[in-house]
Design a protein. Structure first.
Length: 124
């Protein structure tokens, strides 16, 4: 079971090569791949997204925020990173907190997620 970030899913759809694409291909064959809601929004907002990919994305299981304090945890997490002089993009922070809440690893090409490792994020 794992979550997939926009960067790895886009690479998969574009037919790019890489360990993340191979991992995703295997995981999709075996089930247990989840899409953080932020990534779903990022992907389906593309005006060039082919209709068949739009349908695939809507069929994937999605991770949604849990608990009323989700936004507080996102803000606290982002503040912690920024106090350390690290990148804390809002979308990345939301994705990281979702994965930590669900206790599932994140598959990504985006190296900025390494900043969340000390906070409990696990990368696939």
């Amino acid at each position: 079971m794992m979550a997939v970030d926009t960067s790895s899913l886009a690479a998969y759809f574009l037919g790019e090569e890489g360990l993340d694409v191979e991992t995703l291909d295997h995981a999709l064959d075996n089930g247990g791949v989840f899409l953080p809601c932020v990534c779903l929004s990022e992907l389906i907002s593309s005006p060039r997204l082919p209709e068949h990919l739009y349908s695939i994305l809507h069929a994937m299981p999605v991770l949604y925020p849990t608990g009323q304090d989700f936004w507080h945890r996102v803000g606290d997490c982002r503040r912690h990173l920024m106090q350390q002089g690290k990148k804390g993009r809002l979308a990345d922070t939301m994705i990281a907190v979702l994965c930590m809440d669900y206790r599932i690893p994140l598959l990504t090409r985006d190296r900025d997620f390494r900043h969340f490792l000390d906070l409990g994020l696990v990368l696939a």
